[in-house]
Ligand binder design. Structure first.
Ligand SMILES: [Zn+2]
Length: 220
């Protein structure tokens, strides 16, 4: 009985029960998602000084499809779903991972916790056989976050992780290494830009996000 329920899931988008092949979506929603990904330009030039790769653009048109998926992934506990998604990603954005980059996940809110960006990085590391360095930690901006003026948002929101080993630091600064910053969503790229600045604008730096949100819409 227990086994049976392991194969029945509610699709996070259409809320239908289905015998599913993935742990997040029914086949019909999955195919829609893959279609959206196919329409997206994978390499973005946002004038940041490095390339941003992405898998799927999150727009007003596909918002009803993508929002429930993104919110489910943000929970961070859907490890299996993230792994499945990253397997799809690996088929469509392989150029981002070709040069054996070291993966640098966006830092989690709580330093000792692995959140969604880290889980995405872990999945990609496994699929492409890559190394992860937990290179960054958040700058404590709790006082600043209460007030959301534009100027304050531009303040650095991350810095180098104070727990880095000497070997890790050397790896980050080694000009031979390719570095790939990993996040779930990129909008303006400002977090990735702060990461870039923290590794001394390493010239083999690029960023990858599952989703790129070109325009702000209905933001809550
Ligand atoms: Zn569905």
């Amino acid at each position: 009985m227990e086994k049976f329920w392991n194969y029945i899931r509610i699709c996070h988008v259409c809320k239908r029960y289905e015998l599913v092949s993935t742990s997040l979506l029914c086949d019909s929603c999955k195919n829609q998602l893959l279609h959206e990904s196919d329409l997206s330009q994978k390499e973005l030039y946002l004038d940041l000084g490095f390339t941003v790769y992405n898998w799927c653009h999150w727009t007003e048109d596909n918002d009803p499809l993508l929002r429930p998926i993104i919110y489910a992934l943000k929970g961070g506990y859907l490890k299996q779903a993230i792994y499945e998604l990253c397997t799809e990603v690996s088929l469509h954005v392989s150029e981002a991972f070709q040069n054996q980059p070291i993966l640098l996940p966006a830092p989690s809110k709580n330093k000792n916790q692995k959140d969604h960006a880290y889980i995405i990085a872990e999945s990609l590391a496994e699929i492409f056989n890559l190394k992860i360095i937990n290179a960054f930690e958040r700058v404590n901006t709790s006082a600043l976050q209460k007030s959301k003026s534009k100027n304050q948002r531009k303040l650095p929101n991350l810095k180098l992780n104070s727990d880095l080993t000497l070997t890790e630091r050397k790896s980050l600064l080694n000009p031979e290494n390719n570095l790939l910053f990993i996040d779930d969503i990129v909008t303006t790229g400002s977090t990735a830009k702060h990461a870039f600045n923290n590794v001394n604008k390493h010239y083999k730096f690029s960023a990858f996000s599952l989703f790129y949100r070109p325009l702000k819409f209905n933001d809550d």
